[in-house]
Design a protein around this ligand. Structure first.
Ligand code: GLU
Length: 427
């Protein structure tokens, strides 16, 4: 059996290929030479499996899709508060290159150019490296390969960067930039000239989808709080003056770039990247938008649709042993707040007696911190009621945790063995 996913993705780009509308970005002269027919799509699952179709080996400049990664880098290095002092998080509803500041004289968010140039200025310099080089190395680590700059695109944009330079001078005037704005703007433009393929983008996105851990290597590259901040800003500000429209129709945190790329990241699920150079009036890829809209619709990826996972937490419950004195719960799925609440509500129905309750966690895939705390609290309360609690947790997901009342948990490896033992003891 071959998974149908690549066929489905191929079908999606075929369906989107017919739309020839839009125009190439020409304010960066080199981008006007791009092949307008290019079309590529890639998807990475949260565990790092990458599917891709079309021109998936063609490199193009990352442009504004570098903004969330630069933001992630400075957040990770300086902390969220220090970055918020300089750049806000309010959607601007303005074009990407608007020469504007918020009422508090900070750039409104890090996804428009004024915020991105400011973000670039915050990169702490180390080992005498240029700031754009520091970012190139960081993005290469996320992409799992050495990325490089497109010198021609860089040179061409630097020569015509009048608008970004005026943003830089404005930022310097109000003291948001503290050093030479020309150097900072040039560094920002260099950051935008890093070359990527759609496969690189989804691999970089998979680290965000996976809460900051590279799913391929298991290494933590970003803190969870940093990822949450970046994805929130992508959701509210990533698509410039089309952000509200995007949120309601596609509902996936995303960032586009004027070379024709769009990267979408759905936390805990997938990252998706599309590439096609012709842009709409907001500067977003026409076919790229179409592709993400279709995927969101077909695959139910809209963030606001929610996941009805909580229905499955107790896979089965049965009583066994002499006089049905053993109450056994087999759990399944993810244990977060919603599931923990449901589990505790079910356990509430246990009669107050001296019986033994067995809870099997073998098929629980993830235990969220809140889920764990609530679960341990429930255990304490059941013990207070007079029950004996036995847990099956072969992968030690509770990591030898103790209950809140500091009771040791009785943890076993295998449900069958445990029940056989308990029944023997009853004889
Ligand atoms: N380097 C481009 C600029 O600053 C990036 C814009 C974009 O991709 O939206 O104008």
């Amino acid at each position: 059996m071959q998974t149908p996913l690549p066929d489905y993705l191929a079908h999606v780009i075929e369906a989107c290929d017919i739309d020839n509308s839009g125009h190439l970005a020409d304010y960066i002269p080199e981008l006007a030479n791009a092949n307008p027919n290019r079309l590529a799509l890639a998807m990475s699952t949260v565990d790092g499996e990458i599917y891709s179709v079309g021109d998936d080996d063609i490199e193009f400049t990352i442009q504004s899709m570098s903004k969330p990664f630069a933001y992630a880098y400075v957040l990770q290095q300086l902390g969220i508060e220090a970055v918020l002092d300089k750049v806000g998080v309010e959607p601007s509803g303005e074009a990407f290159n608007e020469i504007s500041l918020g009422k508090d004289r900070r750039p409104k968010n890090p996804m428009i150019n004024s915020g991105a140039i400011t973000t670039h200025s915050l990169i702490p310099i180390k080992d005498d490296l240029e700031s754009a080089e520091i970012l190139r190395q960081f993005m290469s680590a996320l992409a799992g390969r050495e990325l490089r700059f497109d010198e021609a695109v860089y040179e061409s944009e630097v020569k015509t960067a009048y608008r970004n330079l005026s943003i830089g001078y404005m930022l310097r005037t109000v003291g948001i930039l503290e050093t030479d704005p020309v150097d900072i703007v040039n560094g920002y433009i260099r950051q935008c000239s890093i070359l990527v393929t759609v496969k690189d983008l989804v691999r970089m996105g998979s680290v965000l989808a996976n809460g900051g851990v590279d799913p391929k290597t298991g290494k933590r590259l970003l803190n969870r709080s940093v990822v949450r901040q970046v994805l929130s800003v992508m959701m509210s500000c990533g698509m410039y003056d089309a952000a509200g429209d995007w949120l309601s129709t596609v509902g996936i945190p995303a960032k586009s770039g004027v070379a024709g790329g769009i990267l979408g990241v759905l936390p805990g699920q997938v990252s998706i990247a599309a590439f096609s150079p012709k842009l709409d009036e907001h500067g977003n890829s026409v076919r790229g938008i179409d592709i993400l809209e279709r995927l969101s619709r077909d695959m139910g990826l809209h963030l606001m649709e929610g996941t009805p996972s909580a229905q499955t937490i107790v896979q089965s419950h049965y009583r066994t042993g002499k006089d049905a004195s053993l109450s056994v719960y087999v759990l399944r799925g993810v244990l977060k707040f919603t599931e923990a609440e449901m589990l505790l509500r079910i356990l509430q129905a246990e009669p107050m007696d001296q019986s033994t309750i067995v809870i099997d966690l073998t098929q629980i895939s993830i235990i969220h911190d809140v889920g764990k705390r609530m679960f341990l609290e429930g255990i304490d309360r059941l013990i207070d009621d007079g029950h004996t609690l036995l847990l099956v947790d072969p992968e030690q997901r509770l990591d030898h945790a103790r209950t809140h009342k500091d009771r040791t948990l009785h943890v076993y490896q295998d449900i069958e063995d445990l029940i056989a033992q308990l029944k023997d003891a009853e004889k």
